[in-house]
Ligand binder design. Structure first.
Ligand SMILES: NC(=O)c1ccc[n+]([C@@H]2O[C@H](COP(=O)([O-])OP(=O)(O)OC[C@H]3O[C@@H](n4cnc5c(N)ncnc54)[C@H](OP(=O)(O)O)[C@@H]3O)[C@@H](O)[C@H]2O)c1
Length: 279
């Protein structure tokens, strides 16, 4: 029987997950189809009920529902419980299981560039659902974290979660600061830039040894990556994280190993196609 998967969020038109997963199913001959659905505010519970009623085997969750979905699930994996955010749901024997592959996907996507995490400093811009998974995974790798967010209380809450799990973290003002001088890894996790909005502050003064990652996946290079390059930093966009969080979600749903190279090619060609469509 054909299995059905999906990604739900709002906005959702930017999501490349259907191309990535469907190319993977095709490559391995898996009988499955991956869809994407926009879920309007206040309709998350109805949408989750609908996916279950329609027999979906699982789905991904994106902005802004990674945290709100937690209360609609039956059980959480340790990764999701630690992060307090879910990006992957599996239906198993009628149970809704929430998992988080963002953190592990992010770690996989940067490990070749970081050359060891232990004792290094990471600064996270943002404290939303994606930031939570990433922060916990980096703390687990032995990095010390500094978290700054437009709503400072949320950054402080995340710091407390990290400390509760035995990690080292501080929070500060959502603005340039001394942190720029000794950062090894800067991760832009806010949704600012998703619709090509400019980033609210400059990273003038950043250490040029820093790796700067913007987890947004977009046709256009975001402001922060452009500026980081100009200041001599190495940069990565969100494509690697998208690929590896997707591969880990695949493996959680279907078992076995996801066809990472075919999935990567599908992502790249869809991004290229979108660039072409926009002229
Ligand atoms: N590459 C990947 O695989 C991947 C995976 C997951 C997510 N993402 C991307 O990561 C971004 C965040 O996703 P999410 O699920 O964490 O979303 P979320 O839970 O809704 O969190 C949004 C975050 O962005 C901040 N923010 C929103 N608008 C802002 C603005 N105008 N100025 C400053 N900060 C702003 C929020 O700050 P407040 O707390 O102040 O509201 C919060 O920290 C999205 O662009 C998403 O596409 C990429």
């Amino acid at each position: 029987m054909e299995k059905h998967f999906a990604v739900i969020g709002d906005p959702i038109q930017q999501s490349l997950s259907p191309w990535m997963h469907n190319a993977g199913y095709k490559a391995l001959g898996v009988k499955a189809e991956y869809h994407r659905f926009r879920v309007k505010p206040n309709q998350l519970a109805e949408a989750v009920g609908g996916l279950c009623a329609l027999g979906f085997s699982g789905w991904n969750v994106t902005i802004p529902y990674k945290e709100p979905i937690v209360s609609l699930l039956d059980t959480l994996t340790p990764e999701a419980r630690r992060a307090g955010a879910v990006n992957t749901v599996k239906i198993h024997e009628g149970q809704r299981i929430g998992h988080n592959t963002d953190g592990a996907g992010f770690v996989r996507s940067v490990e070749a560039e970081i050359n060891g995490f232990q004792g290094k400093k990471a600064v996270l811009l943002g404290a939303g659902g994606a930031a939570k998974g990433i922060a916990l995974a980096l703390a687990e790798q032995g990095m010390s974290l500094h978290i700054i967010n437009r709503t400072p209380e949320k950054a402080e809450q995340l710091v407390q979660v990290i400390q509760r799990w035995g990690g080292t973290a501080t929070s500060g003002e959502f603005a340039p600061g001394k942190w720029l001088e000794d950062v090894d890894l800067l991760v832009q996790t806010t949704s600012r830039g998703l619709l090509n909005e400019s980033f609210p502050f400059s990273i003038n003064g950043i250490s040029n040894r820093a790796l700067v990652v913007d987890i947004i996946v977009n046709q256009r290079e975001t402001d922060i990556l452009r500026e980081a390059k100009l200041r001599g930093c190495r940069t990565l966009n969100g494509l690697g994280m998208l690929l590896y969080q997707g591969a880990l979600a695949w493996e959680f749903w279907l078992g076995g190993q996801a066809p990472v190279e075919e999935m990567r090619q599908a992502l790249k060609s869809q991004l290229f196609q979108r660039m072409f469509d926009k002229g």
